[in-house]
Design a binder for this molecule. Structure first.
Ligand code: ADP
Length: 332
């Protein structure tokens, strides 16, 4: 606690007077001094209270500004220091809000522009693809074939990137609409296997489905989007597994959830990465030459969230296990 020199001085002088008046038995004067002391003491307490209130108002206003709430501390346009500080806080807050709005506006603009560019790229890319297919049989010289393959590979990369980008933009703008229809998960998984089968075969990777469900359960889901999700998991498993390995797809149920679990014997992930791999643009520490953009699992989890489900990744002895859990509510 700070000692106020002025107050100590006042109390010191008044004590001297009190001693003198007691000594001289001047009772009226003594009463007067005591009354003055009393008034001085209460005036100080009153001023302290006002001062603390003003400080509290200032800290409340600052707190509301930090947690981005509307500042509702009132102030009067007086000349007091605290009102001046409150006015300044309101002005800083208004400027900050304006700046945030501008930033958001610019961010939305960039997103829109990128989405637009991706859309515009689709037609020329489709044209390129058609002409490349037409050219394919016409190239017989070895050197020309190498160039041709390089162009084809670059075209595939640009296409992959734009498609993924369009998908991500749609997810963010909540354009993806999930239409749930009751159907068997096994059939949806089969669609995904059908799409990946050829690529897996090229690496001599065997895909096995193990149905551990006790009851045949029909789940309300969007087969298109869910098969896309399972495809993303299988695509990763094939990409991050060596040749001649096996991918197992387990179908399980419990009282509340249906589970699709994809297990592979690939490179796996590091210990602290189980949650990180679902973040957008995140790429694992184990990867070396495998190409990718770190969007597949992010999009997959967004699709599953829209089904009111969740995902879990687990490191296993050799490889990775990723599960999709879907609620059984609305099942038959
Ligand atoms: P990408 O595969 O394009 O990098 P994803 O979002 O599909 O993006 O995956 C994010 C990261 O998660 C990958 O970079 C990889 O490190 C890790 N990952 C995903 N699936 C597997 C898997 N089956 N085996 C090993 N690592 C995986």
């Amino acid at each position: 606690m700070k000692i106020n020199i002025f107050s100590v001085g006042i109390y010191f002088v008044s004590s001297i007077f009190i001693c003198i008046f007691v000594y001289e038995q001047e009772w009226y004067k003594l009463l007067g001094v005591l009354l003055l002391d009393f008034l001085f003491f209460y005036h100080r307490k009153y001023m302290e209270k006002i001062y603390l209130n003003e400080l509290e108002n200032i800290t409340d206003a600052l707190e509301q500004m930090f947690i981005k709430k509307e500042i509702n501390i009132k102030y009067e346009n007086t000349d007091t220091l605290s009102d001046k500080i409150l006015t300044q806080i309101h002005r800083i807050n208004a400027a900050n809000n304006g700046y945030q709005r501008l930033l958001q506006h610019q961010k939305d603009g960039i997103k829109k522009l990128l989405a637009e560019i991706s859309h515009q790229l689709r037609t020329p890319l489709a044209n390129m693809e058609s002409y490349l297919t037409l050219l394919e049989d016409e190239i017989h010289v070895k050197e020309q074939r190498e160039y041709f393959e390089a162009i084809k590979c670059s075209e595939a990369k640009i296409k992959f990137l734009t498609e993924r980008f369009i998908l991500a933009a749609r997810m963010e703008n909540k354009i993806i609409q999930i239409h749930k229809i009751p159907s068997d998960l096994k059939e949806t998984v089969a669609i995904a296997i059908f799409q990946i089968y050829k690529i897996a075969e090229m690496k001599d990777i065997f895909i096995e489905v193990i149905d551990e469900r006790v009851d045949k359960c029909i789940i309300e889901h969007d087969a298109n989007w869910l098969s896309e999700s399972v495809y993303n998991l299988l695509d990763n498993s094939v990409k991050y597994s060596p040749n001649r390995t096996c991918i197992k797809i387990f179908l399980r149920t419990n009282e509340m959830f249906s589970e699709i679990c994809v297990e592979d014997g690939g490179i796996g992930i590091e210990k602290d990465e189980e949650n990180k791999i679902f973040q957008i643009y995140y790429r694992g520490k184990n990867i070396s030459t495998e190409e990718g953009y770190g969007m597949g699992l992010y999009i997959t989890r967004e699709i599953i969230k829209k089904h009111d489900g969740f995902m879990k990744a687990k490191r296993i002895k050799q490889g990775l296990s990723i599960s999709i859990f879907l609620p059984k509510t609305g099942t038959n």
